[in-house]
Design a protein around this ligand. Structure first.
Ligand SMILES: NC(=O)C1=CN([C@@H]2O[C@H](COP(=O)(O)OP(=O)(O)OC[C@H]3O[C@@H](n4cnc5c(N)ncnc54)[C@H](OP(=O)(O)O)[C@@H]3O)[C@@H](O)[C@H]2O)[C@@H](O)CC1
Ligand SMILES: Nc1ncnc2c1ncn2[C@@H]1O[C@H](COP(=O)(O)OP(=O)(O)O)[C@@H](O)[C@H]1O
Ligand SMILES: [K+]
Length: 530
């Protein structure tokens, strides 16, 4: 599973690569710079626009100088600006400065505000001011440079990081960070890119595999991972020829109230479509006919007139998904508490069931081990209280799931699945999923998987991944706005088939051989410059 490495680990991986691969750091930087150059060249195809490269004086700036040299050698219009960030100049920065001079290019040294170059909105800016080595928030003159770039409206490509964005802690001054269109980041996805509070600093990003020492990365310990197809595929189980519906479990979906029967209907349909052998819904009477006519495959039990009261279901389910459209009225809340007191069946807890638990936190202790909670951020906040920033939120998530021995699926653009102190960030999905009932479908999918004896943790990983993939498939024929929750269910089959679709072979990146790139992209709708 792609690891989200820390800054310290990335520096260690660098050192291990230099040591074990018998490659000098300057050659490694050359390799990295060429990968970035190739990325730009593939998109610009020789276009004679102005490219302005802003370099710091550390190794991020060194990358910028390598990019500048190769662009220049390919005949691009390049202007290289070196920002005097401090007294330090890294060795490889200086070497690359000389190499640029050797091909007859003198970079402009910018040391104060009055020297800031004009940037047209038609220019392309390459931001190589700070990367991993950002040690404090940019201030004074450097902050002015960053603001100048941001105000230009030019397309900004950041190298490794948008300059000014910390890798592992929150930004305290929004005006001191580059707002990139796209970021080419090296080797590992960065936690900073997965957090909603950082969304303004890079619209899109992708990982360039730069060939750092595999053994180091294999052994590196982390508790943050990016969830990608290669890791999901082995979780999926094929059906045996002689299997029958009894092998695939019985999902019970509990929820609904007057006006919100659709939520249960979506969950039930999703559990069924995901392969649950049987599905029963336990709903208030007002939903009886709706459910019976809309999903004939599903069995219906009723309880209360317009909202649930007793939770006295008669079936013996393998798993229960509970909370969708349920409401939090006192009668329902009391019935739910009684149910939690006696229940031993694994649960998938969503929406109002989470809200009821949040109002009476003692109920958390009654949640069976390995149950799955699927809050969106607001529901999670009701459960654990406010957080300082998104890093704090992730720590709360990690601790909450570990302490209560449950799996928490914190929904969002990069849904985070917390299990045993580790976090798994989903890589699929897009804003088409920001639509009514999308979460209800996710609960149904996870419930349907647990019914089929997937471990709840595996069900959460597979369910979240497939849910996101349906929206990517949807965008082959639709736009974000027209995609609705029922389309998620419709595309589930495509999402499963996609797991086994043959991808064109991806060459592995090797620092000694600079033409190969291996990429992990965060989305498909990256804005091209041309
Ligand atoms: N493994 C990999 O991924 C590879 C990484 N590579 C590249 O190396 C990059 C990391 O390079 P790096 O370590 O030299 O740090 P970098 O980001 O250039 O900044 C350090 C300089 O900035 C300064 N400085 C910091 N904050 C400041 C502030 N607020 N205001 C003013 N100054 C500030 C700091 O000064 P100091 O804090 O020491 O005073 C120092 O001079 C990485 O992002 C990637 O691009 C590839 O080439 C090879 C493989
Ligand atoms: N911008 C986005 N990118 C990817 N996934 C998203 C995005 N917005 C929402 N989602 C996904 O859509 C689902 C929304 O769930 P939720 O907020 O509970 O919706 P509802 O309450 O309408 O059912 C979650 O799985 C979430 O991860
Ligand atoms: K940068």
């Amino acid at each position: 599973m792609p690891k989200i490495l820390s800054v310290k680990q990335l520096y260690e991986a660098d050192a291990a690569t230099v040591k074990n691969k018998n490659i000098s750091f300057i050659d490694l930087m050359e390799h990295v710079g060429i990968l970035c150059f190739e990325w730009i060249h593939a998109r610009l195809q020789g276009s004679q626009i102005n490219i302005q490269i802003f370099c710091g004086t550390g190794n991020n700036g060194g990358d910028g100088l390598v990019i500048a040299r190769h662009l220049k050698q390919y005949g691009y219009n390049v202007k290289t600006n070196i920002i005097n960030c401090g007294n330090e100049r890294s060795d490889v920065f200086l070497k690359n400065y000389d190499r640029l001079k050797e091909i007859g290019v003198w970079a402009d040294m910018i040391t104060c505000e009055t020297e800031l170059p004009e940037i047209s909105e038609n220019d392309m800016v390459v931001d190589a001011i700070f990367g991993l080595g950002l040690s404090r928030k940019p201030e004074n003159f450097i902050k002015k440079v960053i603001q100048h770039i941001n105000a230009s409206n030019a397309y900004v490509l950041s190298i490794d990081f948008p300059s000014g964005l910390f890798a592992e802690k929150a930004v305290t001054d929004k005006d001191s960070v580059i707002k990139a269109y796209h970021t080419l980041t090296f080797q590992s996805p960065k936690l900073a890119f997965l957090l909603p509070e950082n969304r303004i600093y890079t619209k899109t990003w992708e990982v360039l595999e730069i060939g750092l020492d595999k053994e180091y990365i294999y052994n590196a310990k982390t508790s943050n991972y990016l969830l990608v197809k290669e890791e999901i595929k082995p979780i999926y189980r094929f059906r045996d020829k002689f299997s029958h519906k009894g092998d695939f479990g019985h999902s019970l979906i509990i929820g609904g109230s007057f006006g919100k029967i659709g939520a249960v209907s979506l969950s039930a349909k999703a559990a069924l479509t995901m392969g649950s052998g049987l599905v029963t819904v336990h709903i208030p009477k007002c939903g009886y006919e709706i459910l019976q006519t809309s999903i004939p495959e599903v069995m219906v039990e009723v309880d209360g007139d317009n909202e649930l009261q007793n939770f006295n279901f008669e079936v013996l389910p393998s798993v229960i998904g509970v909370g969708m459209g349920m409401g939090t009225k006192t009668t329902t809340a009391n019935g739910f508490k009684k149910f939690l007191n006696t229940n031993k069946i694994p649960l998938v807890i969503d929406a109002d069931a989470i809200n009821i638990i949040s109002k009476n936190k003692k109920l958390i202790e009654l949640i069976p081990e390995n149950s799955v909670l699927t809050p969106h951020p607001k529901e999670f906040e009701r459960l654990v209280g406010k957080w300082k920033d998104d890093y704090d939120k992730l720590e709360k998530l990690r601790l909450f799931a570990k302490k209560h021995k449950i799996i928490v699926v914190l929904k969002g653009a990069f849904t985070a699945i917390a299990h045993e102190g580790e976090l798994y960030f989903n890589s699929t999905g897009n804003p088409a999923l920001a639509t009514a009932g999308s979460g209800d479908v996710l609960t149904g999918i996870i419930t349907g998987l647990i019914a089929q004896k997937y471990h709840p943790f595996e069900a959460a990983l597979l369910g979240v991944y497939l849910h996101g993939k349906t929206a990517e498939i949807g965008m082959e024929t639709e736009v974000y706005e027209t995609f609705v929750a029922s389309d998620i269910i419709k595309n589930l089959s495509g999402a499963i088939m996609d797991l086994f679709k043959k991808e064109p072979p991806i060459a592995e990146s090797n620092p000694e051989q600079t033409t190969d790139t291996k990429k992990t992209k965060n989305n498909d709708d990256e804005e091209m410059y041309i």
